[in-house]
Design a protein around this ligand. Structure first.
Ligand SMILES: *Cc1c(COP(=O)(O)O)cnc(C)c1O
Length: 372
C-alpha cells in the first residue's frame, strides 16, 4: 500500500445528519417500540411508496430476504431462469428455496439477461424468470414479459441496483410480478442493512407481510412457514432521513458519471455505459469494460495499478455466479453457454462512485488510465 496517497474506495455510504438522527432516536426511546411494524416502519413504507411511485411495498431487514420471500409468496418451485452476471444473493435465493437455477447469457451492451436466449432454456419444470437490472440499467421488461406470458411464467426482478430508476416516467419496479430492493450500506439508498419487496396488489402485500413475520396473521394464527425479516425502528428512522437527501446524491453521481465519461471517451479499448433515452438513471455504479488487446493492459493489470495507488476499484461481477463451486456443476453453468457473461466478467472494473467523490479524486482515478 502506498501510504502517501489517501485511499479511495469503490463506494462510501450516504449518511444522514447525525444531529437529526439523534432527535429521532430520542423519539424512539420515548415510544419504547423498537420493531414489529412500528411508527417509523409505517412512515418509511409510506414515504418510499410515494417516492418510488409504487403502491405496495414491504420493508425487509436486508435485500436477500425479499428475494427468498418473493419465491415463497409466489410458490415458485422447479427451475428458475436467471442471470449469472449478478451478486451471488440472486442465485442463493433460489438455492434456499430448493429451486434449480438455470443460467442464461446476458446482453453485451447492458449486462442484463438476454431475452433472445430465454426461450431455449425453458423446460416443463420452469416456473419463473429472475432477471437483474444490473448497475441499475433496466432490463428489456417488455420482451421478458412477452415470454413469461407465452409460457405462463412468473417474473421476479432483482432490482437491488435500480432504486429510483424510471422508464418514460414509470418506475422500473412496476415490471413483472414482484421486484426486490436492497438498502445495504453500499447501495445508492441505504438503511445500513435493509431491503424491500414490491408487489402489485393488496392481497399479495398482506401475504408478504405475514411471511416476513413468521407467518403470523394475528396473535394466534400462523398461515405460512414465514421467516423473520422485519426492519426495526432505528433503521427505518435512519432511512427516512436518507430519503430526504437521496435525490441530491443521485444528482452528484450523475455529475461524476459525466466527468468519468468525458475523461475516458478517447481512450481506445475502454468502454462504458451510456444513458438510455427515456430512462432516469441512478448511477449506482460506474463499470468500465477493458479490451486488453486494444487498451494494452488487462483488466487485472489496471485493477492492480489502481490498487497500488490506493484506489480500490472492484470487479463487479467477477467471478460469475455460475463459476462458484456451489453452482459450477449445473449444465447451464458451462462457460460455453455463457460467452458474453464470461467476457464481461473478465473485462469489467467498477470505478469509485459515490456522492461525496470530489474532482481531484476523480482526476486521480482518470490519470491512471493513461499508459505512460
Ligand atoms: C446487494 C445485492 C443483493 C443483496 O442485498 P443485501 O441487502 O446485501 O442482502 C441482491 N442482489 C443484488 C444484485 C445486489 O447487488
Amino acid at each position: 500500500m502506498n501510504l502517501e496517497k489517501p485511499i479511495i474506495t469503490v463506494t462510501s455510504p450516504l449518511l444522514p445528519d447525525l444531529k437529526e438522527f439523534e432527535k429521532l432516536l430520542e423519539d424512539i426511546w420515548q415510544r419504547k417500540w423498537l420493531t414489529n411494524n412500528g411508527y417509523y416502519h409505517q412512515e418509511l413504507e409510506k414515504a418510499l411508496a410515494e417516492y418510488l411511485k409504487v403502491p405496495y411495498i414491504s420493508l425487509f431487514t436486508n435485500g436477500t430476504l425479499p428475494l427468498i420471500t418473493a419465491l415463497q409468496a409466489l410458490r415458485i418451485t422447479g427451475e428458475v431462469i436467471t442471470t449469472p452476471y449478478s451478486f451471488v444473493a440472486t442465485t442463493h435465493s433460489l438455492w434456499w428455496n430448493g429451486i434449480k437455477p438455470v443460467f442464461v447469457d446476458v446482453e453485451e451492451r447492458t449486462g442484463n439477461i438476454d431475452p433472445e436466449k430465454i426461450e431455449a432454456a425453458i423446460t416443463p419444470r420452469t416456473t419463473a424468470i429472475m432477471p437483474v437490472h444490473v448497475y441499475g440499467t433496466p432490463c428489456n421488461t417488455y420482451k421478458i414479459q412477452q415470454i413469461a406470458d407465452k409460457y405462463g411464467l412468473k417474473v421476479i426482478y432483482d432490482a437491488a441496483h435500480a432504486f429510483g430508476v424510471t422508464v418514460n416516467g414509470k418506475s422500473v419496479l412496476e415490471a413483472g410480478d414482484m421486484s426486490t430492493l436492497s438498502f445495504h450500506a453500499t447501495k445508492v439508498y441505504n438503511t445500513v442493512e435493509g431491503g424491500a419487496l414490491i408487489c402489485h396488489d393488496e392481497a399479495t402485500k398482506k401475504r408478504i407481510d405475514y411471511l416476513k413475520n413468521f407467518g403470523f396473521a394475528d396473535e394466534v394464527t400462523v398461515v405460512a412457514p414465514g421467516i423473520n425479516s422485519k426492519m426495526d425502528e432505528i433503521r427505518a428512522a435512519y432511512g427516512l432521513l436518507n430519503l430526504k437527501q437521496v435525490d441530491k446524491a443521485i444528482e452528484a453521481r450523475k455529475t461524476i458519471a459525466a466527468q468519468y465519461r468525458a475523461g475516458l471517451q478517447n481512450i481506445k479499448g475502454i468502454r462504458f455505459l451510456s444513458d438510455i433515452d427515456g430512462v432516469k438513471h441512478n448511477y449506482a455504479y460506474f463499470p468500465v469494460f477493458i479490451d486488453e488487446q486494444e487498451y494494452g493492459l488487462s483488466r487485472d493489470e489496471l485493477y492492480n495499478k489502481l490498487k497500488e495507488n490506493n484506489i480500490f476499484a472492484r470487479r463487479y461481477f467477477y467471478p460469475l455466479i455460475s463459476n462458484f463451486p456451489i453452482y459450477r456443476g449445473l449444465e447451464s453453468a458451462v462457460p460455453a453457454n455463457l460467452p458474453v457473461a464470461t467476457k464481461l466478467a473478465e473485462q469489467v472494473l467498477c470505478l469509485p462512485m459515490y456522492a461525496d467523490l470530489v474532482d481531484y479524486e476523480i482526476d486521480r482515478v482518470l490519470e491512471l488510465f493513461f499508459i505512460s
